[in-house]
Design a protein around this ligand. Structure first.
Ligand SMILES: [Zn+2]
Length: 289
């Protein structure tokens, strides 16, 4: 019995290097337990390691498919794109960075807003893509979330935001920082309307996103082992001149210290949210057939 399977190849060059390259596509080493796992097995379990429960990243589309009934949703405001308000240039222009990211991800922003049903209930869900310029929050992210909140109020449908973000988008400077206030103000109106908002924090949720909407949920729940914080551990250690405790800024530590309401494995996330919404706003009103 072999741990590795070789796929038929049309190539004639049979060096060891080529063999390595081909098997790499089928297996990967778990970041949690260092065991070798079959990629197909991982995909079948929503990218959670079957051996140790380590939660690998899932992209924004897989995330939405997981939450919405039958994986069906209607995307909202998909046409919004950043105008590069500061004409920002770092190692390359922000415009060029945006263009290549749009091509690589087939997304126009780090956040996808969508309407649909979760366990039969009408909901608005926003989810972030960490691979879109670090899942950073710019003006488009702020506008999309604000519009989702307004739709939530119009339709009296609960709001769920799944964060995966490095924080505010540096290339939009103060404009991106203003989104924190804009979204927070809109969430306050949602709260006054007594419509539930559930924040789901995934790995990683940091910076301005943690400092605003990610921590403002009626319930703030996280996936296991997610990095959640404002500043990174190195910056904090240098500032307070103290060694930080083990597991600092991970979901389980934050739950233990009262910063989160629950840590929920990915496979149970949808049913957990459904139960929470039943609790917060009464059983779902199913649409007439
Ligand atoms: Zn593992």
């Amino acid at each position: 019995m072999s741990w590795f399977k070789r796929e038929p190849s049309t190539q004639t060059d049979e060096t060891d290097q080529n063999r390595t390259v081909r098997t790499e596509g089928l297996w990967l080493k778990c970041d949690g337990c260092r065991e070798i796992i079959w990629k197909k097995e991982l995909a079948a379990s929503h990218n959670v390691c079957g051996k140790c429960g380590y939660h690998f990243y899932v992209d924004v589309r897989a995330r939405l498919a997981l939450l919405f009934d039958d994986g069906i949703w209607e995307e909202r405001d998909a046409d919004l794109v950043s105008t590069d308000p500061l004409k920002f240039v770092d190692t390359r222009t922000y415009r060029a960075r945006l263009d290549s990211t749009v091509r690589a991800t087939s997304l126009r922003d780090a956040l996808v807003a969508a309407s649909g049903r979760l366990a039969g209930r009408e909901v608005e869900i926003c989810a972030m893509e960490a691979k879109f310029i670090g899942g950073s929050m710019g003006a488009v992210t702020g506008e999309k979330i604000t519009r989702a909140i307004e739709r939530s109020m119009e339709r009296r449908a609960p709001l769920i935001i799944v964060s995966a973000s490095g924080g505010a988008r540096m290339q939009e400077g103060a404009v991106s920082l203003m989104q924190m206030a804009k979204i927070s103000a809109a969430l306050m109106r949602l709260d006054e309307e007594r419509i539930p908002y559930i924040s789901v924090l995934t790995n990683p949720t940091t910076g301005g996103v943690t400092a605003s909407f990610a921590m403002l949920g009626d319930l703030n729940i996280a996936e296991p082992g997610a990095l959640i914080g404002f500043a990174g551990p190195r910056v904090i250690e240098q500032t307070i001149r103290q060694k930080l405790p083990e597991g600092f800024q991970r979901s389980e530590f934050l739950l233990k210290h009262g910063m989160l309401d629950a840590v929920v494995p990915r496979a149970q996330m949808t049913s957990f949210i459904a139960k929470a919404l039943d609790f917060l706003s009464g059983p779902a009103q199913r649409a007439a057939a």
